[in-house]
Design a protein around this ligand. Structure first.
Ligand code: UGA
Length: 452
């Protein structure tokens, strides 16, 4: 199929390379000239495991352009995957989505059928708004356009984006007409039936089952996206709340999570207690859902509480450090991990940023390490003084405490004994419960985890 994707962020670019790999003819539009130049040179503008090698393989088949008019008229299906940044009150701003729809409608040929798919995360009802925008443009152009609109939310996780795209749990499509459903079924057929040869770097997981394509009305599809993210966010906040109580009563939250996760109704995943969620999705989407609710005159105390628990985690860890060090003023703290999670350089809403700001406000000196997120962190924290150090052992030298914020794989393999030896006071605050308390204590650390 001939496909045009508007927006080459995490979702748009991942979708573009995966669909190109599946032999669709893909064009991708982006207005950001820096990004576009990189993509035209075959380089990925995002850090995402596997994306560069897939771009090397299929990037030359994708047409990257800044101009909608060049690639929309002869496309069969157009996907909008642009950003929906939060407004000050938390509402998701759909301006770019509407603008993309307008640009598409301006160049659609009359009497040709197009499927316009909304992949961006959008407030419930956006599909109707987009349909109105398209109809308005057709009225201005005095043409009879033929565009079917569908909502097709994306569920991929950063750091695992390609796995999520090739081997999804489900595909959700909200559409009120069969043309759009048929087009999306054809688009995703290789994934639904797993008829493609997996990329060498991304073998099909042995236990993988064929995904289903769930079809529903567009409003429900839009709501599914918010409900899914909010549910995962509150699952994490729940275990973090339990972790706090575990500390008070002498239980170990990792054991509690194991024990409740064995109940298949609960499941193990997303029960890792720690410093809570960050990133471009849960903070933004829970806030946006609350705005949708407020506009509908509806209260969502569970979602509110999930947010409160999440952001409190960042203050509690600073409090823990303060309790053990007596004062933070003049102390040197080593931060391990700046990205909001491992395998990405994304620092949007990353717990590390808040934690560093809290520590600096208490008078602490900060040394920070991250395998790839330092350049982004430098920008985000340009107003405060932070020493960025590329070697963890060098970072630990003479520090008063280490605080692990992001559970990068390489931190699991750190030589704790060596680290402890060079610190002023060997205190390890393990914000992601990466180490075993016994192992850290045996290495000479005063170890403090989360909920254990
Ligand atoms: C999330 C969802 O998982 C995706 O399904 C969704 O498509 C995406 O948002 C989106 O809306 O675009 P993502 O934000 O990339 O994906 O990352 P997650 O892996 O879900 O992790 C989010 C945060 O939760 C991270 O800060 C992570 O450290 C934290 N987390 C996760 C925990 O604290 N504990 C856990 O058990 C799991």
């Amino acid at each position: 199929m001939k496909i045009t994707i508007i927006g080459t962020g995490y979702v748009g670019l991942t979708t573009a390379v995966v669909l190109a790999y599946l032999n669709h003819t893909v064009s991708a539009v982006d207005k950001d000239s820096t990004k576009l130049t990189l993509l035209q040179e075959g380089k990925s503008p995002i850090h995402e495991p596997g994306i560069q090698s897939l771009l090397n393989e299929v990037g030359h088949t994708i047409r990257f352009t800044p101009t909608v008019a060049e690639v929309v008229p002869d496309a069969e299906l157009i996907m909008i995957a642009v950003g929906t940044p939060p407004k000050i009150d938390g509402e998701a701003d759909t301006r770019h989505v509407e603008q993309a729809a307008r640009e598409v409608a301006q160049v659609c040929l009359p009497n040709i059928h197009y499927t316009l798919v909304i992949k961006s995360t959008v407030p419930i009802g956006t599909n109707k708004r987009v349909a109105e925008v398209v109809e308005d443009v057709f009225a201005e152009r005095k043409i009879q356009g033929n565009v079917s609109i569908a909502s097709n939310p994306e569920f991929l996780q950063e750091g695992l984006a390609l796995q999520g795209a090739f081997y999804p749990d489900r595909i959700v499509v909200g559409a009120n007409n069969n043309n759009a459903l048929d087009a999306l079924r054809r688009l995703y057929q290789p994934i639904l039936e797993q008829t493609f040869d997996p990329p060498t770097t991304l073998p099909r997981p042995p236990s993988y089952h064929l995904p289903s394509m769930m079809t529903t009305d567009p409003n429900s599809a839009e709501m599914i996206k918010y409900a899914a993210n909010t549910f995962l966010a509150l699952k994490i906040s729940f275990i973090n709340e339990i972790a706090g109580l575990c500390e008070q009563v002498g239980a170990d939250v990792t054991e509690v999570a194991r024990g409740i996760g064995l109940d298949t109704r609960i499941g193990h995943r997303f029960l890792r207690a720690g410093l809570g969620w960050g990133g471009s999705c849960y903070p933004k989407d829970t806030a946006a859902l609350l705005r949708v609710a407020a506009q509908a005159g509806y209260q969502m105390p569970i979602t509110e509480a999930a947010r409160t628990v999440n952001f409190e985690q960042r203050k509690r860890i600073v409090q823990k450090l303060k309790t053990v060090l007596k004062t933070l003023n003049g102390k040197t703290i080593g931060i391990l991990g700046l990205a909001f999670k491992p395998n990405t350089d994304d620092i949007r809403e990353a717990p590390a940023l808040d934690i560093i700001r809290h520590l600096v406000a208490e008078g602490a000196n900060i040394r920070a390490h991250d395998p790839i997120a330092i350049p982004n962190a430098k920008q985000a924290l340009s107003d405060i003084n932070v020493d960025y150090i590329e070697d963890v052992h060098q970072l630990s030298h003479n520090t008063d405490a280490l605080l692990l914020v992001t559970e990068w794989e390489q931190y699991h393999r750190l030589d704790l004994r060596k680290l402890a030896k060079h610190m002023k006071t060997p205190i390890l605050i393990d914000g992601r419960n990466v180490f075993s308390p016994q192992e850290a204590t045996a290495a000479g650390f005063h170890y403090i985890g989360i909920g254990r």
